[in-house]
Ligand binder design. Structure first.
Ligand code: GCO
Ligand code: MG
Length: 409
């Protein structure tokens, strides 16, 4: 089973996706996700200029060897572009291997450890009443765990808050990347945010009671002492997790937060390697690993990372916004089902237009996701539908403090 060809497909059914399709000499094909929101073409170029030429003629069954060849062989290691490209190759090869075996991928990863993966959805509102409506709508859709984000008085637009229920999007969801010539600039005031959020969670608990798992994303905006203060203030509301409290590259910052609060901590959506977690795991500074299969070098690397986390009692909470394509999502779901230390899976849901391009078989029922028993990853790409949506540049926003200083977005 030799690799005969590999093609990079860039499509934009409402938002941009980069997909790699590998085809073998015996006519099998596999898909891998290489989408890096706002920087898509850098991964597409890395793949087509530097990776695809190396794949032709390789044994498609040698997944570990190919991973090491692309990782060590490049000399320049890690980084989101490289690791997303390696991830796409890795996912596609696992897809092929599982199809050849006639099994869903999770069977090759050790088989199911559970009946389905608990998913959390994104509720948001510009104010508390709108937020409560959004939570209600998510519960009606079947969600059993909810991420809570709201507007902050005095700030025009805030990370994670859908512009409006009817806001021109295909779903009532927050999509940060905009198709503008330059990035949209948002404004931010951490003190106003810190004053506002505890009251929001108080209102949510008052309305929905103590049981519903609630999550919150700080999106890297706080200093360690601010994050410690927020974690402490949120303790009465029993969060499932507080995510990305401080900027991702500073692992030691989590030490200070951990000393002050029992609110569980999650981090890692901007990480791209297990090495980004060594201090966090060894010192038990986090509770959930947030990496995406797509940005961490694929199924091979993610499985190793999650196995390492398991030894420290740390669980998975894989990144699953709409900028992870249905292919990357499916890869996460197979891991979610197979690993022992599963925690929760983010599930924002793709738009109907995206799902016309990517034909998925995973299911969402009674709050649980299942990758399905279709052999392989269980996702196929419709080339005609993909070609109908050419790439359109889009940027993630840039954040500024109210005095104009650039801040973490
Ligand atoms: C999340 C993330 C996303 C990111 C997005 C950037 O928790 O789902 O923070 O909303 O902002 O993936 O492209
Ligand atoms: Mg996040």
């Amino acid at each position: 089973m030799r690799i005969e060809s590999a093609e990079v497909i860039v499509t934009s059914p409402g938002r941009n996706f980069v997909t790699l399709r590998i085809t073998t000499s015996d006519g099998r094909s596999g898909l891998g996700d290489a989408t890096l929101n706002g920087r898509e073409l850098s991964v597409a170029a890395y793949l087509s200029e530097h990776v695809v030429p190396l794949l032709k003629g390789r044994d498609a069954a040698r997944i570990e060897d190919t991973w090491q060849y692309l990782y060590r062989g490049a000399y320049w290691r890690r980084g989101p572009v490289t690791m997303a490209a390696i991830a796409a190759v890795d996912m596609a090869l696992w897809d092929i291997k599982a199809k050849a075996a006639g099994m869903p991928l999770y069977q090759l990863l050790g088989g199911a450890s559970r009946t389905g993966a608990l998913a959390y959805g994104h509720a948001s509102g510009r104010d508390v009443p709108e937020l409560l409506d959004s939570i209600r709508a998510h519960i009606e859709e079947g969600y059993r765990a909810i991420r809570v984000q709201t507007g902050v008085p005095g700030l025009d637009s805030v990370y994670g808050v859908a512009a409006s229920a009817a806001g021109g999007g295909e779903r009532y969801d927050y999509e940060p990347a905009r198709r503008t010539a330059l990035p949209v600039e948002e404004s931010w005031d951490t003190r106003a945010y810190l004053r506002h959020i505890p009251g929001v969670f108080e209102a949510v608990r008052a309305e929905f009671g103590p049981e519903l798992p609630l999550l919150h994303d700080g999106h890297h905006r706080m200093t360690p002492i601010q994050a410690a203060k927020l974690g402490k203030a949120l303790e009465p509301y029993d969060l499932f997790w507080l995510e990305d409290a401080t900027p991702g590259e500073d692992q030691a910052a989590l030490r200070l937060i951990r000393q002050h609060t029992t609110t569980p901590l999650a981090i890692g959506e901007v990480f791209n390697s297990a090495h980004d977690y060594t201090v966090l795991l060894r010192e038990r500074l986090i509770d959930y690993v947030r990496s995406a299969v797509t940005h961490t070098g694929g199924v091979t690397a993610m499985k190793k990372l999650l196995d390492m986390a398991a030894h420290y009692g740390v669980k998975s909470g894989m990144h699953g916004p709409t900028d992870i394509s249905p292919v990357g999502m499916a890869a996460a779901l197979h891991l979610d089902l197979a690993i022992h230390n599963f925690g929760i899976q983010e599930y924002m849901r793709h738009s109907p237009r995206t799902l016309e391009v990517f034909r998925t078989s995973y299911t969402f029922e009674d709050g649980l996701l299942h990758p399905s028993d279709t052999p392989g990853l269980g996702v196929e790409l419709d080339d005609e539908a993909a070609a109908a949506h050419p790439y359109e540049p889009a940027y993630l926003p840039v954040n500024r403090l109210t005095d104009g200083t650039v801040h973490d977005w």
